[in-house]
Design a protein around this ligand. Structure first.
Ligand code: GUN
Length: 290
């Protein structure tokens, strides 16, 4: 590997320390930031995420409120809980874990969250504020990517950035954030005609498509910075029968041989997401009392 490894785990730990300091400051002023996480159903991956969010919230000195609803829960019941959390002054951030069961309209639930408490940054008001250059709560994963890029590259102005993937959660807000940094931004997706040629122009590549090892080293411009958002579980027969491992959307070895810097999977973007959620909760709490 010739490229520098971007240590998301270490970076997230530093960010959590800064969040802890901000929480101490707010607590001294009588404000203890509170984060409510709502989990509907029993999805195993979601349970792991929610547990981890709750633990890190408490470790940062904040209050954690966990609400679990059965997967048979109706949309009306979930909306009633969101209304209750909107009205609760000790709750500064609300996160409804996705995906939601099929009987629930996720967009309606997201729209019901008070935009000032929308620490996921998924509410159309926050998406619109981000797109129009106003103060917004910004989705955690792209925010984490941006912090790592700034740390790595400093001023991003004028750089060519290619974001692969156009989801509301990662691709679109990532593109907006890079535009705000004065990058020249291309959003590539499954219908992009010449994906390798498009990616090859990029000084910054952000891969968020959910396809294991899709981006290979021959797509990468020498020296480019590669941020791999993908977390894909794939069979790992070398580790034994039935074993699996996590891989990103980038083929790590071939990309790392060409890139100037690259995030690993796991240990890159993933740890930054929860750290940014804590940071957003502090921002929401400070604004609520500012
Ligand atoms: N499910 C997977 N990632 C996320 C996230 O960042 N926020 C929410 N609400 N649900 C998720």
């Amino acid at each position: 590997m010739s490229g520098l490894l971007i240590d998301g785990k270490g970076f997230a730990s530093g960010l959590r320390d800064r969040v802890g300091l901000a929480v101490s400051g707010l607590s001294a002023a009588g404000i203890v930031p509170g984060l409510a996480v709502v989990l509907v159903g029993e999805d195993p991956a979601s349970q792991v995420y929610v547990r981890s969010k709750g633990r890190q919230t408490v470790e940062a000195g904040m209050r954690s409120f966990e609400h679990r609803l059965p997967d048979t829960c109706s949309q009306t019941e979930l909306l009633a809980l969101v209304a209750q959390l909107n009205a609760d002054a000790s709750v500064h951030g609300i996160l409804v874990q996705l995906p939601l069961p099929a009987q629930i309209d996720a967009a309606a639930v997201i729209e019901a969250i008070d935009p000032a408490k929308d620490v996921d940054g998924f509410h159309p008001v926050n998406a619109g504020r981000l797109a129009t250059g106003q103060d917004a709560l910004v989705p955690c994963t792209p925010l984490g990517c941006l912090l790592m890029l700034r740390d790595q590259l400093g001023d991003l102005s004028g750089l060519e950035a290619v974001v692969i993937g156009r989801s509301n959660i990662v691709g679109k807000p990532m593109a907006q954030l890079l535009l705000r940094e004065s990058c020249t931004v291309t959003v590539a997706h499954s219908r992009t005609r010449d994906l390798p040629g498009t990616v090859r122009r990029a000084d910054i590549v952000v891969a968020a498509v959910g396809r294991p090892r899709m981006v290979t080293g021959d797509w990468i411009k020498p020296g480019a910075t590669v941020i791999d958002v993908g977390i894909n579980r794939v069979p790992a027969p070398d580790k034994g029968e039935g074993a699996t491992r996590l891989v990103g959307d980038c083929d790590f070895d071939s990309c790392a041989a060409v890139a100037g810097a690259i995030t690993p999977v796991p240990g890159g973007v993933g740890p930054m997401t929860i750290a940014c959620l804590l940071a957003n909760t502090v921002v929401a709490a400070a604004r609520a009392h500012g």
